[in-house]
Design a protein around this ligand. Structure first.
Ligand code: SF4
Length: 215
């Protein structure tokens, strides 16, 4: 049987960078290094880092005083960032710059009075981090039907997207957002990252040529 390899494949630059930050922290400061949330959803990588002395946590209460803490590529809410600072951890921020770009945009437009529709998946760490840049005025929509439930208080409305969505699903939801809120402000450059988009494009080319796809 023939095996086709997708191109591109493997980790994106954001995840590579996050893994390297954890490895450098381990080399420089020694184990243990605490990491908030699994740095990448890949058991082999996580187990390898665990063996080297990384401890993955979800709740900052699990981190002892004075410890070194890495934020994963998904980014964190303001509340998590503030709490980590208050607890006095040594912090290394491995948030992907493409996620930070969304955080910066949300903070900037919120200061100008905008509310937000966020297209994404409930409970995903990146969505929690981005929604958590604001205390209110950001509404999550997961599908087309959710859009009609959004009731913004004012007229200034912007849309942001989880970076790792299906481009096709997001396009349908965005079309509904624009239909119901024609004045909505869209990002200059879409938030779904190039790495996500390129991998989806590669799969679309491959899928008709193969019997099964292994991810
Ligand atoms: S935003 Fe894209 S490049 Fe950055 S970590 Fe997520 S998938 Fe990777």
């Amino acid at each position: 049987n023939d095996v086709l390899l997708a191109e591109p494949r493997g980790f994106c630059a954001g995840v590579d960078r996050a893994i390297e930050i954890v490895e450098r922290a381990l080399t420089r400061f020694g184990a243990p290094i605490y990491v908030r949330h699994e740095i990448v959803h890949n058991t082999y990588v996580v187990n390898d880092l665990k063996a080297k002395g990384a401890i993955f946590i979800e709740d900052l209460a699990e981190v002892p005083p004075g410890a070194t803490l890495v934020f994963s590529a998904h980014g964190v809410s303001r509340q998590v960032r503030d709490e980590a600072q208050q607890r006095g951890f040594q912090i290394f921020d491995a948030t992907c710059p493409l996620v930070t770009k969304v955080h910066v945009e949300v903070a900037k437009l919120a200061r100008e009075g905008f509310e937000f529709i966020m297209i994404g998946h409930k409970g995903h760490p990146e969505v929690e981090g981005t929604m958590g840049q604001l205390s209110d005025g950001i509404y999550l929509v997961e599908d087309v039907a959710d859009v009609a439930r959004v009731q913004p208080r004012g007229r200034q409305l912007a849309v942001v997207t989880q970076t790792t969505l299906s481009v096709d699903d997001a396009a349908q939801i965005l079309a509904e957002v624009k239909r119901l809120f024609p004045h909505v402000r869209e990002p200059k450059q879409q938030d779904i990252c190039y790495a996500t988009q390129n991998r989806q494009d590669a799969i679309k080319v491959m899928a008709p040529q193969v019997d099964i796809v292994i991810v």
